[in-house]
Write a protein that binds this ligand. Structure first.
Ligand code: ADP
Length: 574
């Protein structure tokens, strides 16, 4: 934090908020400015917190959420009052749903005019509470440093999630002296470090012994790696566990890369067999929710024994596993590795379970490769995805961050694109949120400056936040957005004859967009590079040029509108 002497004689609420954020270690903030927070954004930037100005608060919120996941530090989202705060709820709720740390800071109407119908007035504490772990309001300037530190700490405590800080317009305009500001910030920092002694492990000893014993005695053990493990930076300890025990592992979509996808014990391509037949499943940083079929039959065996590792005690209580290990994934797996080391075991590659998983994987990979190898034109989803996969792999390390959303595009991308490094896949997540893509791209580019960012987006997913291509150009971020353009949500018009009646039967289908939309020209409109591609050669050339340039680009890939399926792989839910 700037020394007292570096502060001006007078500091207002906006400047104090910026200084407090910087003193708390914040480095980036995402948002949309306007009354009453424009000065807060500039003041924060002046204090060393880079402000990334978006075109829409939803996208800025998704950026802040992804930033929290990628860095392990809270993503900051700044909005104006009323409607700005409401738009910010998208990012706040998405962060909480995904267990990622985010702090939403909104300006609000002047306290003396509250209740009278002031400009953009809203009870923002009430609006944010359902989605926030903590929602607090600064009622005077002196509250700001303490609440900034407190709210930031709350985002990462226990299960990470969203928090809200409300700063009314009158508080942003109050002033105090530079030395008062400095001592308030120093006091808040001191109180924060007194509070943040590492949490004590909850009686893990017995659970660790039990977990090791269960895995040792299992006939068909499996390690499931979730995005909580990626968030915990548990990659080294989980890789060690897999390597020393020979147990196959299955990543969730954003758990991909914690152990490289190319690892010989990856069960990704044998998913149904792995979860259907495992007898002991060690689930690390993943909820047994819809993404994991609730841990229930028929997808899982009714006799499976679950060992759950989660930082959140409530999660363990909800799922009632045979063994629950409450704690940070990295720490818990470290302890488990230590326990196993005393009585080591390792499944040989010839072990019937490992052999069955390996064979199934080989079979399925061969089947998929037979589809991928074909150059199908007009493009289906597989041909361009293969070309993109190969271009990404050719980048080597540090691997690009892949951003993915859409129905078919995301489903096919999850199966085809390869993650060999942790936290290099960002997708629609726990809520299946569409519209996250461009915000994620901005977050990934600033959080991981050494990496190229490649977004593989359905045209519908892209459309939710397409205006943010201007943001990419404004900050000259190394982001290549590839749009799978199949003319709409799920592609072609799939209405049944009985849906094609009534007075509006000649309207475009609810799933249809303007055919062959020139999305690449949106990027060109702002001075970025646009490509329209319809053949493998055109796609290869566009990828090679744009990856090399590391400048904002949109590649508009024309896909056969009837190549995909309605709702992608989730038809049963529609
Ligand atoms: P996925 O979508 O990959 O299945 P989920 O979002 O369902 O993952 O689950 C992630 C889980 O990880 C959450 O229950 C969350 O409480 C937990 N978690 C978050 N941080 C940590 C951590 N540091 N250590 C262990 N678990 C964590």
């Amino acid at each position: 934090m700037a020394p007292d002497s570096a502060l001006p004689a007078t500091v207002d609420g906006s400047a104090l908020a910026g200084l407090a954020l910087a003193a708390a270690g914040a480095r980036h903030m995402f948002g949309v400015v306007g009354i009453p927070v424009t000065s807060l954004a500039s003041r924060a930037a002046a204090a060393g917190v880079r402000f990334l100005a978006f075109r829409n608060e939803q996208s800025a919120g998704y950026a802040a959420a992804a930033y929290g996941f990628l860095t392990g530090s809270p993503g900051l989202l700044l909005t104006v009052s009323g409607p700005g705060c409401v738009h910010g709820l998208a990012g706040l709720s998405h962060a909480t749903a995904n267990a990622w740390p985010l702090l939403l800071i909104s300006g609000s109407c002047s306290q003396h005019d509250a209740g009278k119908g002031d400009f953009q007035e809203l009870d923002q504490i009430a609006a944010t509470k359902p989605f926030a772990k903590l929602a607090v309001k600064a009622t005077s300037i002196a509250d700001i440093p303490r609440l900034v530190f407190q709210a930031l700490a709350a985002t990462v405590a226990g299960r990470p999630g969203g928090c809200y800080l409300d700063i009314p317009s009158d508080v942003l305009h109050q002033t105090l002296t530079g030395s008062e500001a400095a001592s308030l910030i120093a006091a808040a920092a001191a109180a924060d470090s007194a509070d943040s002694s590492p949490p004590k492990d909850k009686a893990l000893g017995e659970g660790i012994v039990k977990a090791a014993e269960l895995l040792r005695r299992a006939e068909r053990p499996l390690v499931v790696v979730g995005k909580g493990a990626a968030y915990a930076r548990a990659e080294e300890v989980i890789q060690k566990l897999v390597d020393t025990t020979g147990i196959p592992f299955l990543p969730t979509p954003m758990g991909k890369g914690v152990v490289p996808d190319v690892h010989p014990l990856s069960a990704t391509a044998a998913r149904s067999l792995a979860i259907g037949q495992c007898d002991v499943a060690l689930v690390v940083g993943a909820r047994l929710n819809w993404l994991l079929h609730f841990g229930e039959p028929p997808k899982w065996s009714k006799d499976v024994t679950f060992i759950l590792v989660d930082v959140c005690e409530d999660e363990i209580e909800l799922r009632k596993p045979q063994v629950g290990l409450v704690g940070d994934a990295k720490r818990v797996i470290e302890l488990l590795n230590r326990e196993i080391k005393d009585q080591p075991f390792c499944l040989a590659r010839s072990h019937p379970w490992v052999d069955a998983i390996t064979k199934k994987t080989k079979d399925n990979v061969l089947k998929m490769e037979a589809q991928l190898v074909k150059d199908v034109v007009p493009f289906n989803f597989m041909t361009p995805m293969r070309i993109i996969r190969d271009a990404i792999l050719a980048e080597g390390s540090p691997a690009p961050v892949v951003v993915s959303e859409g129905a078919n595009t995301m489903d096919v991308g999850r199966a085809v694109l390869v993650q060999n490094e942790p936290r290099t896949r960002l997708d629609a997540g726990t809520w299946g949120t569409m519209g996250v893509g461009l915000g994620y791209c901005v977050a990934a580019a600033v959080a991981e400056p050494g990496r190229l960012v490649v977004a593989v987006e359905g045209d519908s997913g892209f459309g939710f936040s397409a205006m943010e291509v201007e943001t990419l150009v404004r900050y000259q971020l190394p982001v290549v957005v590839i749009v799978f353009n199949n003319n709409g949500v799920y592609g072609g018009d799939r209405r049944s004859p009985d849906e094609l009646t009534g007075p509006y039967k000649d309207d475009p289908a609810p799933t249809s967009f303007v055919p062959a939309a020139a999305y690449h020209k949106m990027m060109e409109a702002f001075g970025g590079k646009g490509y329209l591609v319809e053949t493998p050669e055109e796609l290869k050339s566009a990828l090679s040029e744009s990856f090399h340039a590391r400048k904002p680009a949109v590649i508009n890939v024309i896909i056969d509108p009837y190549a995909g399926a309605e709702s992608g792989r989730m038809q049963h839910k529609n």
